[in-house]
Design a binder for this molecule. Structure first.
Ligand code: OOG
Ligand code: NI
Length: 467
């Protein structure tokens, strides 16, 4: 009785991502232009590839193809992070993965809050890449203390949002009216504020320490800094962006174009210079500008095993030892060529990828397998034999997470290309999880679990028929 009146977490997440999309298109018109371009290219890609259309019809909801897959925010304190975890939990989004960005010159560490499980991802896959500023990596102690003081004084959630989170936790859900209020209240946290909470002088000092520190500390809240729809042809959208008057980053991050897509490819348009005002000494506002917000697109492929990931990381490293993509795009073609050449060492055939143990697959019975099951045949075989005999088929499991080197590339191109700095590598997952107030889900264990369950279902079905 009680349960029936609650709105599902999946429905709240869907409403929330739609509200975010509308707000962001309104705040950043270039993002609306990108969305329109993505929808057009997705339409053209589907029209030109009937097979892709059939495949997607079976697994996805076509009218949602061009919708947002993720966004990103940057938080300032442990309290903000742990409260954000509780907010996302109401929407069925849980912390998956730990990303140390310090190695890449960005003083944050991060997780992705995302739906977990097939049904939830299908209903709405919206994720938020969430970073926590690491003031411990800032050398200047006086500035560090000043920044900490500013952050400690701000309140990024409305009272009503906090109240509704408490209510959802106590009651195990929210009814329709509360869910609607929740979405509206939580949206406030992600909104852009063009009035800084610091003076121009302090902004400059923060900015000199690292542009990201200025972005996190200077404002009332963690404005959503980008949203990311899914594209079916990332190379085409990248190439068409300039025609639409938007400037893409120099290169697409991640693996090269391949027949069998692996992991995640992503690119963005460069963050815009936006007018903001700072608190003046005399109480008057002083105008200036800030660069933070951009738009991104993504295309996903198969989730790789630790072995596959190690090979991916090695090949990416090898490529970058040959050419590093320059921020101005001057060697983009050269980088792409090197990337494609080096990645020839990564098998580009699903069965080869599977046999080499490089990727995760979901196994299922074929029509023949289902008939055999009904007649009690094919029992006691192993999975390879069942594949060879055509009883079992396999499909790649899609990678639903992020890549630290790519994320750093996205950060970098949007912070300004002079923002890279040397920090000693200092992953600190223990500190991050303490601040979060929870452990993060290990993404490899998660994909391995999906694969194992699917295999057992096939084998179990086969042996059940034996009994
Ligand atoms: C987040 C960058 C990471 C991605 O897609 O890898 C990210 C940020 O700039 O705050 O969103
Ligand atoms: Ni992103």
């Amino acid at each position: 009785m009680k349960d029936r009146s609650y709105v599902s977490a999946d429905a709240i997440r869907s409403d929330f991502s739609a509200a975010m999309s509308a707000m962001y298109r309104d705040e950043v018109p270039a993002y609306g232009t990108l969305m329109a371009l993505v929808a057009r290219v997705n339409g053209e890609t589907l029209a030109a590839d009937p097979q892709l259309l059939t495949r997607l019809e079976a697994t996805d909801s076509l009218e949602r193809i061009s919708e947002e897959r993720h966004g990103a925010i940057r938080l300032g304190t442990a309290e903000e992070l742990s409260m954000m975890r509780r907010v996302f939990s109401v929407m069925g989004m849980y912390p998956v993965g730990y990303y140390d960005l310090s190695t890449a010159g960005v003083p944050v560490h991060s997780t992705a809050f995302r739906p977990v499980g097939d049904a939830a991802l299908k209903r709405n896959p919206f994720r938020v890449f969430t970073s926590l500023l690491r003031l411990d990596l800032i050398a200047d102690e006086a500035l560090r203390n000043e920044a900490a003081e500013v952050l400690a004084a701000r309140r990024i959630f409305t009272d009503r949002a906090v109240e509704l989170v408490g209510k959802a936790e106590r009651d195990g859900g929210l009814d329709a009216a509360d869910a609607k209020a929740f979405v509206g209240e939580v949206l406030e946290t992600f909104r852009w504020h063009d009035r800084a909470i610091v003076s121009a002088g302090m902004y400059q000092r923060l900015h000199d320490a690292h542009r990201l520190i200025a972005d996190v500390v200077s404002f009332k809240g963690p404005h959503i800094n980008h949203l990311t729809p899914r594209t079916l042809d990332i190379d085409k959208v990248q190439a068409l962006m300039p025609e639409e008057g938007i400037a893409p980053k120099a290169v697409v991050e991640g693996p090269p174009t391949r027949k069998c897509a692996i992991l995640l490819r992503q690119t963005s348009f460069k963050a815009l210079d936006e007018p903001v005002s700072f608190i003046g000494e005399d109480g008057a506002w002083k105008s200036g500008s800030h660069t933070a917000r951009f738009g991104e697109i993504e295309q996903r492929g198969i989730a790789l095993t630790p072995k596959g990931r190690a090979l991916y990381d090695k090949l990416l490293g090898d490529t970058r030892a040959i050419t590093r993509p320059a921020a101005d795009g001057s060697n983009a073609a050269e980088y792409e060529a090197a990337l494609a050449r080096v990645f020839e060492a990564f098998p580009d055939d699903w069965n080869e990828i599977r046999k080499a143990g490089l990727g995760y697959f979901a196994y299922s019975l074929t029509e023949k397998g289902r008939i055999a099951k009904a007649y009690g045949q094919a029992a006691g075989w192993d999975i390879e034999a069942l594949i060879a005999s055509g009883h079992v088929q396999f499909d790649p499991i899609v990678y639903e997470d992020f890549l630290p080197v790519s994320a750093a590339g996205i950060f970098q191109s949007n912070l300004g290309d002079d923002a890279a700095q040397e920090f000693a590598a200092s992953p600190n997952q223990v500190m991050f999880e303490r601040d979060l107030g929870a452990t993060v889900l290990d993404e490899f264990a998660h994909y391995a679990g999906i694969e194992k369950a699917s295999m057992e279902e096939c084998l179990g079905a086969a042996s059940m028929a034996d009994a």
